[in-house]
Design a protein around this ligand. Structure first.
Ligand code: KG4
Ligand code: ZN
Length: 342
């Protein structure tokens, strides 16, 4: 094949990821995670993440090259997440990418992490129909984006004004004593619960929020409402129906996410909704999005869970898109930008 072979490096949070793609074909996707080192803190500790990336980056790189059965010399371009993310964590990936690019004389592309979460869907479903709306929901971000032209970036429509959706899952799991990360546990437990058991608040959906926060999210009030409800139960001496709380909480999150995402699609006359980020693995979110989208003739594209969470393949996918579009590479002195705009 004469399509370019692109390697992607991702170190913006707690996953050290290296992926290799040719065109839209995934050849390697290697990940080393420091999630267990953060578990006892109930969230990612930046200093611990940076150190873990430094230890993992070279072996993960080697495993990816082995998996794709190529050498660094075969690679046509190296893409790396330059932001947004944890500053120290980003620096490890960016410095490593520069080292490899310099050593092997390859072009380097510093890319945006959120745009990469969108681009990864091309590995699962082929070229992106543009325009599309993307909803990215993870432990670090909850955003609605308009994707007109991925090479030029993406346009933010809205974002969380407090906690990210995944953060809400993690905090509620913690207060229910379910461990970290909370999303997968709540997802599993919610299947045994009644999602209509407790009526939890839907943040920023009141008519008064429409003008200013139509496509924004708020999950911190929901988290507080769950905490109050559980405390009241405990005070009353009655057992806490953990599965019902999990199901009702999950439904509140998924209801708001899908309603706003589809509202954004309709407002912008878009027929494709892409969902990505760790929370996109949620079974209720996938089901509700499909059900509601079908009513409006909107197609939902969700990559498989392994590609939804942070990984190197998504960075390679965006890099491949940029190379194919003839976008000029970054300079070798490209900075990492923890607050990178879209
Ligand atoms: O994208 P990701 O791996 O890392 C970043 O935060 O960037 O997302 C991790 C987040 C965590 O908050 C985790 O609880 C959540 O995604 N998550 C889920 C599920 N699987 C992972 N949330 C809800 N349901 C799930 N099945
Ligand atoms: Zn992410």
């Amino acid at each position: 094949s004469d399509e370019p072979l692109v390697l992607g490096i991702e170190t913006s949070c707690d996953e050290t990821g290296v992926g290799i793609v040719r065109g839209h074909t995934l050849l390697a996707d290697q990940i080393a995670s420091s999630v267990e080192q953060h578990a006892r803190f109930g969230g990612v500790v930046p200093e611990v993440a940076s150190r873990a990336h430094l230890e993992a980056i070279v072996p993960t790189m080697q495993r990816a090259l082995d998996e794709a059965k190529v050498t660094l010399n075969d690679i046509d371009a190296i893409a790396v997440t330059a932001g947004p993310g944890l500053a120290g964590a980003l620096l490890v990936g960016v410095a490593a990418a520069k080292g490899y690019a310099l050593a092997a004389d390859k072009p380097i592309y510093g890319v945006n992490h959120l745009a990469a979460h969108v681009a990864v869907d091309t590995l699962e479903h082929g070229p992106l129909p543009e325009p599309a709306v993307a909803m990215l929901v993870s432990g670090g971000h909850s955003s609605l984006l308009l994707v007109d032209d991925l090479t030029a970036g993406v346009t933010p429509l809205g974002a969380t004004i407090d906690d990210a959706a995944g953060e809400a899952f993690d905090k509620v799991a913690r207060l229910l004593g379910l461990g970290f990360p909370g999303g997968p546990v709540i997802d599993r437990l919610a299947r045994e619960g009644d999602r209509g058991a407790i009526s939890f608040p839907r943040g920023l959906t009141a008519p008064k929020d429409f003008a200013k926060h139509r496509f924004d999210f708020s999950f911190s009030g929901l988290k507080t409402a769950v905490a109050r409800w559980v405390e009241a139960r405990e005070r009353s001496g009655e057992p806490v129906p953990v599965a019902d709380v999990a199901a009702s909480f999950q439904d509140a999150v998924c209801d708001v996410l899908t309603a706003k995402a589809l509202d954004a699609c309709r407002e912008h006359g878009v027929e494709t909704l892409i969902i990505g980020g760790g929370v996109a693995a949620n079974s209720r979110l996938r089901l509700l999005a499909e059900e509601r989208a079908a009513k409006f003739g909107i197609r939902v594209r969700v990559p498989r869970p392994q590609l939804c969470t942070d990984n190197g393949a998504m960075v390679a996918a965006l890099g491949s898109h940029l190379v194919a579009a003839g976008v000029a590479p970054s300079r070798l002195d490209l900075p990492a930008d923890s607050a990178m705009a879209l």
